[in-house]
Design a protein around this ligand. Structure first.
Ligand code: BGP
Length: 492
């Protein structure tokens, strides 16, 4: 008998800005990700804008500090990978047929807010955008694939940034809730599972990526966090009012963390890092701001403007299920000497873990850390869980006959699925779905490149602009097809 429950939602995950393309098609507006340039392992992604004086400039996506009055947008001479993505906009029937062939039970995708509301604050939606997603959901249903839809995946309408600094301003809450409500009304018969904000906790890493805010200033970020959390709670409430059958979850960017040694200093450091991540899921699942966080704001002199009305909203809008992404674990140390000499994960920092191997992008591979994460989340919140991102970004080699022998990807996924099975069977975790990231090759979020591939399906687009976008099946395609067909029993 399979360790995975009957009806387990096997599938794959994507995000509009990384695969849809059609960035200005049929009335779509400009989103924050449309202004991000292509980077690589060596070259960081930039965000483009025009200064008050009319000069076009670009700032680091992960460390932005744009000048007052900067107007964000896209300019000649820059390469913006989201503009074409992998052109799902024009290939969705072909792509969904391939997901159907693999046996997907669910497909995670996001709606691009600016396809429905080009500037973010219109009252009436752009009908062409509404119809596009209706066609996609209808196509998925044809193959009995349950859509799992993220409302905000690293995209904020640039119109709102240029107008009032997007999520730093409370008015964005109403705009978002109006957008979300429109989606629920339009699609509630087609889509049951919704997620509010992708990796809501990553706002601290890049205000631009997660919230369209051109700064990493702490006071601004803390306010924006509150606004997104209120919007998330109002969205949950709205969904249930429109259709009590809808299930709305949160989404946390998670990586299990270990203290580097059993020295109490390292342990405290690890706990502090854990608490800062728990904060988001605590608010979304328990419905209140932890007191220790509010005390910290007070000490730092930060006024986030939390009102009694906000507290009521947060309490009433707790999520139905918890989801998270999991790629790697990290190691935390309090020792400045170690910190100065090594970096564990290229993106998230930390210390190297001698027990683990890392991907080509420096992400430390830790399947058991996934089991720990599942146990941790379930024991803390007692709500159903989904792993909505997991996978190995790697460079794939296409053989002369067009095949891609990606045994490294199969090994990664197999070991993580094994640990999910143990979490269900031995730890009693209620895991209801698994959607590995980038089930079809797409643009990387952190580096903006195509070369970092996650897919079961190869897409012939290259970073130098060559390639016709043809789709083909990698070895992992057939492997995952068998995994799904046996409900996770046959992982060979
Ligand atoms: C998560 C994001 C995704 C995705 C993934 C892989 O943080 O939610 O959008 O891209 O990471 O990261 P990358 O694309 O940088 O390899």
């Amino acid at each position: 008998m399979s360790k995975f429950p009957e009806g387990f939602l096997w599938g794959g995950a994507t995000a509009a800005n990384q695969f849809e393309g059609g960035w200005d098609a049929d009335g779509k507006g400009v989103s924050s990700s449309d202004c991000c340039t292509r980077g690589s392992r060596e070259v960081p992604r930039m965000v483009t804008y025009k200064t008050k004086e009319g000069e076009v400039k670009a700032d680091l996506m992960f460390a932005m500090n744009a000048p007052e009055g900067a107007e964000f947008g896209c300019f000649d001479g820059y390469d913006y990978p989201s503009h074409d993505g992998i052109d799902f906009y024009h290939h969705y029937k072909e792509d969904i047929a391939l997901f159907g062939e693999m046996g997907f039970k669910t497909f995670r995708m996001s709606i691009n807010w600016t396809r429905l509301f080009p500037n973010g604050d219109e009252l009436e939606p752009n009908q062409a955008g509404v119809e596009f997603y209706r066609s996609v959901f209808t196509e998925l249903r044809k193959y009995n694939i349950e859509p799992l839809v993220t409302l905000s995946h690293y995209e904020t309408p640039v119109g709102l940034t240029n107008k009032w600094n997007s999520w730093a301003d409370r008015r964005t809450i109403d705009c978002f809730v109006h957008y979300a409500t429109t989606c629920f009304k339009e699609y509630h018969t087609l889509v049951k599972y919704w997620l509010t904000f992708n990796e809501i906790n990553c706002i601290g890493m890049s205000g631009w990526m997660a919230a369209g805010i051109p700064t990493n200033d702490l006071a601004v970020i803390e306010k924006a966090k509150l606004h997104q959390l209120i919007a998330s709670a109002l969205t949950v409430k709205a969904a249930h009012e429109i259709d009590p059958g809808l299930m709305v979850g949160n989404m946390i960017g998670y990586g299990h963390t270990y203290p580097n040694t059993c020295h109490p200093d390292d342990n405290l450091k690890q706990l502090q890092s854990q608490v800062s991540i728990d904060f988001f899921s605590d608010v979304q699942a328990k419905g209140y701001y932890p007191k220790n966080i509010l005390r910290q704001y007070e000490k730092k002199g930060i006024d986030i403007g939390l009102t009694a009305e906000d507290e009521k909203i947060l309490a009433e809008g707790t999520v139905d299920f918890i989801t998270f992404s999991y790629y790697m674990s990290s190691v935390v140390t309090a020792d400045p000497k170690i910190l100065a000499t090594q970096s564990g994960n290229l993106l998230t920092g930390g210390v190297r873990n001698p027990y683990l191997k890392a991907s080509d992008w420096g992400w430390q591979i830790d399947p058991e850390g996934l089991r720990s994460s599942l146990l941790y989340f379930y024991s803390r919140y007692q709500k159903p869980l989904m792993v909505v991102e997991n996978g190995l970004g790697a460079i794939d080699k296409v053989e002369e006959d067009g095949s891609v022998h990606d045994s490294y990807r199969i090994d990664y996924l197999r070991s993580h699925i094994e640990e999910m099975g143990k979490a269900i069977e031995e730890d009693g975790v209620d895991l209801i779905g698994y959607t590995p990231w980038g089930c079809i090759d797409l643009v990387s979020a952190s580096t903006g490149e195509m070369a970092k591939r996650y897919g079961f399906i190869y897409v012939d687009y290259q970073d130098d602009g060559t390639g016709e976008g043809a789709r083909s099946r990698k070895d992992s395609f057939y492997w995952y097809q068998k995994v799904i067909a046996t409900n996770g029993e046959d992982l060979a």
